[in-house]
Design a protein around this ligand. Sequence first.
Ligand code: FES
Ligand code: FES
Length: 206
Amino acid sequence: MESRWRDANVGSLRIRVNGTERTVQAEPDTTLLSALRDQLGLTGTKYGCGEGQCGACTVLIDGKARRSCLTPATSVASAEIVTIEGLESKGEGGANGHLHPVQQAFLDEGAFQCAYCTSGMILAAVSFLREHPHPTDDEIVRGMNGNICRCGTYPRIVAAVRRAATHSGRGEESRSQYRDSSSPSAPQNDMSGGAAAVMKVLDGQG
Ligand code: FES
Ligand code: FES
């Protein structure tokens, strides 16, 4: 890298994250992942490989799935960034506690184990389904292939993406069944293990 870049001063940068203008300190080599996690505390976006290979760091930039570990923060000053913390709402960006249908589908299908990959998977799926609203399973596999799940929950992830495509817009209906465990029709899922972990990720606490 040329010396003029190495000598560049750290500068304040305004970026728009989850519908809100935020200020971060950025050098030319500050990644968006670092700005989100280390400066804004949005730790739902995960550091996996740091080399663009695993997809754990996936966020939406202007609606498309992008690897935040490879994205310079200075390159997204005029973009709309959505992280997992901002997805839970009717319109991306203003969290209101209502899960996005893709988040709900991952819960409904139990599409996680340790959940480290889950926020990246969900954001990749949101981007994929925008372009493929009625995908075949083969298309889902191809579309999600760049995201790695080290726990190997791929069949459930495919099922979740399929469910989100089929039930898009019905997330609230199934969500309420999850929350009301006294309902006779409520699924009898054990939320104490992996599901609890994914709920933390979905809430940006993981
Ligand atoms: S951490 Fe960005 S692709 Fe792995
Ligand atoms: S990496 Fe553990 S659930 Fe995907």
